[in-house]
Design a protein around this ligand. Sequence first.
Ligand SMILES: [Zn+2]
Length: 296
Amino acid sequence: MRFLGQILLSLALGYSTLQASTVQSRSFFGKQLDSAILSQALPLSTEELLAYIESQGIRVYFLPLENRNYSKMEAKYLAPPEWILRYRSEYKRDGVLGAYISPILSPSETQIPIILLTDISNRWTILHEFLHVLFEREKTKNKLEDIQKVFERQQASREDFLDLYPKRSDLTRLPSLISTFRDYVLSEIILSKSVSLEEVTIELILLEFVKSGALQNIGTEQIQIAISYAGKNLAAFQSYLNNFKDTSVELEKLLHEAEQTGAPSEKMKQAKVDLNLVHQQLSEIQFELDHIVVKF
Ligand SMILES: [Zn+2]
């Protein structure tokens, strides 16, 4: 069905699926997406892009925030379901440009991904939300862990960590504290790759397409917004990372202290392994961050 939709769409829009050559996007944080599908989307006008996205099995809705007359194109995507309309005041307050609603969040039985556009959505926003869908599809295809489960693990380990950390001078509790810290850091990194670092990745990919000419007719104002949005998300993640690094150095010192007091127990040996794993993960992600240059 999707294949047929694609053929009909290419006839209607007058482009051939063979025409646009696949533009490979650089991979950030190990994230993957289907470049062929994205390449088809880059040269399209806003109206064509929306039709193309719908042909990929994604529902597009336009959520009007202001009372005004809607363009013909907007009107085509009006009437989002009742449960989406409930977000209206939040979107209005937060100045949300657009949103991607994962099928796992949809209360409806037909669990399809939804892209929600608002009065201030432009072609960049639409592509941005489309990339979220493509990233999620790839994760599902590669059977990566459900992000909801990672979130629950991050919340639980964070809570345990915050509970144990104030008692860190009690060295007998150190192995528990370190294993909790390990779970917290590892789940936080996975989660960030799906949340704040996915925002960064999307902006960087689109900026690279603008640079290479694969994505055209993007205003300088939009480019500035993208750079500052990516920078803001990167800075927030970096500050998380710095806190983790400080804590891991502190725990290492405590572990060293504990080792001085006698022969290391099995638990202490495991704590050392856990802490090494944390160090390794933190330096790997730091290495990636150090090689990202957000400029244009
Ligand atoms: Zn986003």
